[in-house]
Design a protein around this ligand. Structure first.
Ligand code: SF4
Length: 373
């Protein structure tokens, strides 16, 4: 298979999220040096959507666009921002070996004292373990390693060119031994073939055995060219998979699939992974990094509100109730004043004056604040 690198000078590198990615990766910023990925996993969501712009999705793994000015741009853009968690870098081979941009981006992250979350599949990340440790000492570093499963047959069917399972698990162990928070990104869990109890338990057990602190799981989303390729891979594995997969995504021949499987399937997956994580002593969410300072209390209370959203989803609570918590979590997370100070001076009425916080949640927050003092 041919591989072409196309170098260019990017105009921007730092994505600034409107809200922190609460309950999931907790990042406020992200920055990546390459577009396209040689590992070419069939289910990769970057094949669809806006990520590739006007590029032919079939070039995703044969043409890598290289933002050669990524570290310099990051330095310029990060200097104007308040430190918060940044998800940064991309250790895909052979791009990172040739250009080394991710390492240089980590040097910038270290220089400015930003906390870092790395989301990665490639053991080439271990080249930069020294820098991860330095960042962890100065601010914070966490790593979440991606697996769709730990079954070699499924791995070869859906991600034939990604790094092997064993090297990924070994990497997990080395990162844990270096004192850095590490866990498993179990996504996308492949429906029908990979979401049974045996597959899920094998993944959670492997994570626990290799030093993970958490397993963060999610099902498969389907869109555009990515959906076509993923279904084709499933059919190559077993033609009998086509009917249940189409049924799951309400996908008729010639039509478009639903983006997600039915909510009941996602809830079953979430509940099962939670049950397994409890059994194996892991968390089913990434612990949030919260730096010191007067607003740390806001971040901690917002974390509880975000985590409550996931609890409510697993309980199949009404969408409106979930949104109430989401809006409250954003309001607390983004409040420029300490909510502990607001509560101390004005009581619950001060909390209720924040946008999106009603009497019920204000009472809950007040209770949490009182527990802390
Ligand atoms: S390694 Fe990650 S970015 Fe690369 S193709 Fe696979 S899922 Fe996509």
């Amino acid at each position: 298979m041919n591989l072409e690198f196309r170098e260019y000078q990017a105009k921007r590198i730092l994505n600034v999220h409107k809200h922190v990615d609460g309950g999931w990766f907790w990042d406020k910023y992200s920055a990546h040096p390459y577009i396209g990925c040689r590992h070419g996993c069939e289910f990769c969501y970057s094949r669809g959507g806006h990520y590739l712009g006007k590029r032919d999705p079939d070039t995703f793994d044969t043409l890598i666009q290289v933002k050669t000015n990524a570290p310099e741009l990051l330095r310029k853009e990060i200097a104007r921002r308040t430190p918060d968690v940044i998800s940064c870098g991309d250790w895909q081979l052979p791009a990172e070996e040739k250009y080394g941009l991710s390492r240089r981006m980590l040097e910038v992250v270290l220089e400015f004292g930003f906390p870092l979350l790395v989301i990665e599949r490639s053991p080439f990340l271990l080249r930069d373990l020294d820098l991860l440790q330095e960042i962890n000492q100065r601010s914070w570093a966490g790593v979440t390693l991606s697996f769709s499963n730990v079954d070699p047959v499924l791995k070869n069917a859906f991600e034939p060119r990604s790094p092997g399972l064993e090297p990924r698990l070994q990497m997990m162990e080395k990162i844990a031994r270096a004192g850095i928070l590490v866990g498993m990104n179990l996504m996308p869990v492949l429906p029908v073939v990979g979401d049974g109890d045996t597959h899920l338990e094998a993944a959670v057990r492997a994570a626990r055995d290799h030093g993970a602190s958490f397993v963060l799981a999610a099902g498969l989303t389907m869109a555009g060219a990515q959906a076509e390729r993923t279904l084709a891979a499933a059919k190559r594995l077993d033609p009998a998979l086509e009917a249940p997969w189409r049924n799951l995504y309400r996908w008729t021949e010639g039509g478009a699939p639903n983006y997600t499987p039915p909510p009941a399937d996602s809830i079953r997956l979430g509940r099962k992974v939670r049950e397994l994580c409890i059994r194996y002593g892991l968390r089913d969410r990434i612990p949030r990094h919260i730096g010191a300072g007067p607003l740390a209390v806001n971040k901690r209370i917002a974390e509880r509100l975000f985590l409550k959203i996931h609890d409510l989803e697993l309980e199949q609570a009404a969408e409106q109730r979930i949104w109430t918590y989401r809006k409250a979590a954003w309001a607390v997370d983004e409040c420029p004043q300490s909510i502990a100070v607001i509560h101390a001076s004005m009581g619950e009425s001060g909390l209720r004056a924040l946008p999106g916080i009603g009497a019920g949640i204000a009472g809950e927050i007040a209770k949490w604040l009182t527990e802390r003092s």
